[in-house]
Design a protein around this ligand. Sequence first.
Ligand code: HEC
Length: 227
Amino acid sequence: MKTLHPMQVLRIPVVIAMLLGVSGLSAQTREEDTGPTYTDQGELNLPEHYREWVYLSSGFDMSYNPMMRMGHHMFDNVFVDPRAYRRFQETGTWPDKTVLVMEVRGATGKGSINRLGQYQSTEQMGLEVHVKDEGRFPGRWAFFGFDGGKSAQMIPATAGCYTCHQAHGAVDTTFVQFYPTLIPLAGALGTLSKNYLKDEGSSVSTERRAILGTPAPHPPAVTPPPN
Ligand code: HEC
């Protein structure tokens, strides 16, 4: 039997590695390729590299309750894994294994040369994750709240998170109406949820309907041209 020279043995994996472009693989084999991963106890692993994902939007002091006064300002930043973002561009909705991250940060006005307005502080106040994993969750989607740890338990399906997202999210229980690069796409591709369209109701202007691509429930009567 022909024996391989030690150098040949060494070279084979090197050549394979070069063919596969393995040098960059370790950096690329991340959540965006694997989708969500879970611990043996069924907790969601923290998607550690979400800051390298696609940025969707930031909310500032957003609240559903007009009476809410927090006594401090807050930003939230929403990110999605790049694979899901690309699929959304084609389909107007989220593929299975989509991971969306909402990072909540404190706001501050005092610092450096700033005199007016607010910017984001280094203080992270929360990290919430919305995962679509159809084979795993009966409701297809699940929420997780990270409290500084590397993994988090699923927030029970009875929590208010699910109710509000289901009742008001523009696309598939997500708040696409607040993500400016996505809402026109969802309108054009006809993926807006019934609940969202009901929320928008007849108060939506004709112009906005044109942007959203949804027909008015009562089209204006056509007046015959004067003769
Ligand atoms: C009363 C309505 C409401 C409730 C309750 C609610 N959310 Fe949301 N959620 C929103 C809105 C509005 C946004 C969009 C925020 C933005 O534009 O920055 C959002 C966005 C998110 C996102 C970003 C991805 C997406 O789905 O659009 C996550 C993650 C999220 N919420 C997690 C949670 C969790 C976890 C809970 C429960 C602890 C919760 N939410 C409860 C209204 C709600």
